[in-house]
Design a protein around this ligand. Structure first.
Ligand SMILES: [Ca+2]
Ligand SMILES: [Ca+2]
Length: 82
């Protein structure tokens, strides 16, 4: 899901953006529509107990209850607009 973060320019060609702490990207947008809702739940359900990286929210290699919990925590939220 999209989240805007301030880009700090270190030089004319290199910048740094922070995505840690309270700037963590919300996990669970499995169909990349910038919202977490029933469509993502469907993707998770269809891939439950598989190793499909497209449904692995926390990136631990498998699709299971940890991924379900991430989706639950961000349920019905949306990311920042483009
Ligand atoms: Ca989604
Ligand atoms: Ca996982």
């Amino acid at each position: 899901m999209r989240k805007k973060s301030l880009l700090i320019w270190d030089s004319q060609t290199q910048g740094t953006a922070t995505f840690t702490g309270n700037k963590l990207l919300p996990g669970g947008d499995l169909n990349n529509d910038n919202m977490i809702n029933f469509l993502d739940y469907s993707v998770l359900g269809l891939n439950f107990y598989t190793y499909n990286a497209g449904a692995d929210v926390n990136g631990d290699g498998g699709v299971d209850y940890y991924d379900y919990f991430s989706l639950y925590l961000n349920w019905l939220t949306g990311g920042d607009p483009e």
